[in-house]
Write a protein that binds this ligand. Structure first.
Ligand SMILES: Cc1ncc(C[n+]2csc(CCOP(=O)(O)OP(=O)(O)O)c2C)c(N)n1
Ligand code: SF4
Ligand SMILES: [Mg+2]
Length: 298
């Protein structure tokens, strides 16, 4: 596919459809549109991919819950037409964990930003992945705390110019595929907002994968990150992704570091199996107390 075809597909996800009926209307709360996101922000593209994944994943929507934290990405919970919860900053994962354990039949999806999930919520991410809690986490990584004006985040690449790093960020940043691989996630993929088909496919795979699955989406934030770092608007950033991203399925996540202006490795890095938290608990207690233990199914 040419850059122009890819860009026009991505752009058509970011702006309203020309017909009166949006193709994803069954999955979105159209009464809440227009949404709050800036033109060419990558969050809208990601929501569109998620809606398409919901259409394809085969999971009954009555059984699916979306949980978001706080931030521009955190507003996703308000636009999806499923049961959804807009929780406090950083606490989407513990909230989701509680729901999954209270009702294991639910498919629980956490959809939030890099600051929410990796900074204030980083500890919760770590323990949910370690325990292999059966949830899917979609992380929109725009390399900053956008909603609060663009503070530096643990995901901001070295050299990033942001509100709190006017001379460039000097801290090292997290490589999210490597981080989540080392704490135990069973499915890990990274795409950019340009890779709409591959991102949609990965969300479908993640939704159907038992255990802790993690999908990182590198998304333009034209209003803050792209502007301050002189990357242009969101479409310029998509062009940058086109020219600089390389698909390497199965690559070692340690090689997936992000440089401010360097090559970006994307793909499905990890797809492995291990017992979920509830499977481990049921097996353990069955072994310990035998027939006295009634399998926990919620
Ligand atoms: C306890 C608490 N601390 C700080 C804030 C302020 N706050 C709101 S959103 C946000 C960062 C959001 O960043 P991210 O998750 O990356 O979302 P984005 O806006 O970039 O999509 C912060 C620090 C808050 N709402 N609550
Ligand atoms: S500030 Fe950035 S992340 Fe927030 S809506 Fe605007 S472009 Fe998107
Ligand atoms: Mg962010």
């Amino acid at each position: 596919m040419s850059i122009n075809e890819e860009l026009s597909q991505a752009a058509s996800c970011a702006v309203s459809a020309t017909s009166d009926v949006h193709p994803m209307e069954d999955f979105l709360r159209m009464d809440r549109i227009p949404h709050i996101w800036c033109p060419t922000c990558g969050i809208g593209v990601t929501v569109n991919c998620f809606a398409q994944a919901l259409e394809r994943c085969g999971i009954p929507l009555d059984n699916l819950v979306v949980v978001s934290g706080i931030g521009c990405t955190g507003r996703v919970a308000g636009y999806v037409k499923v049961d959804s919860f807009h929780t406090t900053h950083g606490r989407a994962i513990p909230f989701a964990t509680g729901m999954k354990l209270a009702n294991p039949k639910l498919k629980v999806v956490v959809f939030s930003g890099d600051g929410d999930l990796i900074a204030i919520g980083g500890n919760h991410l770590m323990h949910a992945a370690r325990r292999n809690i059966d949830i899917t986490v979609i992380c929109v990584n725009n390399f900053n705390y956008a909603m609060t004006g663009g503070q530096v985040a643990p995901t901001s690449p070295k050299g990033s110019v942001l509100t709190t790093s006017p001379y460039g960020n000097f801290e090292g940043s997290f490589n999210l595929p490597h981080l989540t691989e080392s704490i135990g996630a069973v499915y890990i993929a990274r795409w950019t907002a340009l890779h709409i088909h591959r991102l949609t496919d990965s969300i479908v795979e993640a939704l159907n994968k038992p255990g802790f699955s993690f999908v990182e989406v590198l998304a333009p934030c034209p209003t803050i990150f792209e502007r301050r770092n002189k990357f242009g608007d969101g479409l310029d950033r998509l062009r940058y992704y086109y020219e600089n991203s390389e698909i390497l399925h199965g690559a070692d996540p340690r090689d997936a570091d992000i440089d401010l202006r360097g090559r970006i490795i994307v793909g499905t890095f990890i797809n492995r199996d291990r017992p979920t938290y509830l499977e481990s608990m049921n097996n353990h207690l069955k072994q310990k107390i035998g027939d006295a233990y009634k399998k926990y199914e919620g």
